[in-house]
Write a protein that binds this ligand. Structure first.
Ligand code: GLN
Length: 191
């Protein structure tokens, strides 16, 4: 497997380290040509407005959309925002996933938090023990439309992870924990 990490802005190095830790070859993607021969792509957390603006400047928007129609993409936090169809405001989006997202849904940076989540889908990688999820000025997934499914919710029922075919969106940051189950789960999704 060869996986790209979109390396325009945000915590792509942490994703790269996590992937290399599970034996996956990683390519940093900054130009459309870097997408060739990849099996999947991770769009990291960071600032979705900045990632979107840079994707426009580097002529990546359409190549990324094309990539996501055929191959897998996982977006964490800002990456999840960038994957979504609608965020109730104007900024560049890939609009690949049928999910509606609210940015900064928990408030400001100081309102960041950690919580353990139940993620039954992690049965796919053989371990459904609680997942410690890190939320940093995170978005919420308001709704998943037809075609997309909920993967994880907070205790209050709000959605924080969704999947649609080979596309995965998480509001939180598995790359910032020592737990590689979501990275292994994404690899399984691509098979
Ligand atoms: N608040 C950021 C945004 O709206 C996302 C934060 C993150 O990726 N940790 O794009």
């Amino acid at each position: 497997m060869k996986i790209g990490v979109l390396a325009l802005q945000g915590d792509f190095i942490e994703h790269q380290q996590m992937l290399e830790g599970i034996g996956v070859q990683v390519i940093q993607v900054r130009l459309p040509a870097h997408l060739q021969k990849l099996d999947g792509l991770i769009i990291p957390g960071g600032e979705s407005t900045t990632i979107g603006k840079l994707a426009v400047d580097f002529d990546l928007l359409e190549p990324l959309r094309q990539f996501g129609r055929e191959r897998g993409i996982w977006g964490t936090c800002a990456g999840a925002i960038f994957l979504s169809k609608d965020i109730h405001r104007q900024q560049p989006l890939l609009q690949l996933m049928d999910i509606t997202v609210s940015r900064n849904a928990f408030g400001r940076q100081v309102d960041s938090f950690e919580i353990t989540l139940n993620v039954p889908a992690l049965a796919r990688v053989g371990d459904t023990s609680p997942f410690r999820a890190v939320f940093i000025r995170a978005p919420l997934i308001d709704a998943v439309q037809e075609g997309a499914e909920v993967i994880a919710s907070l205790p209050n029922g709000r959605i924080v992870a969704a999947r649609q075919g080979k596309l995965l969106a998480t509001s939180f940051h598995p790359e910032l924990t020592g737990d590689d189950r979501f990275h292994r789960f994404f690899m399984e999704m691509l098979k």
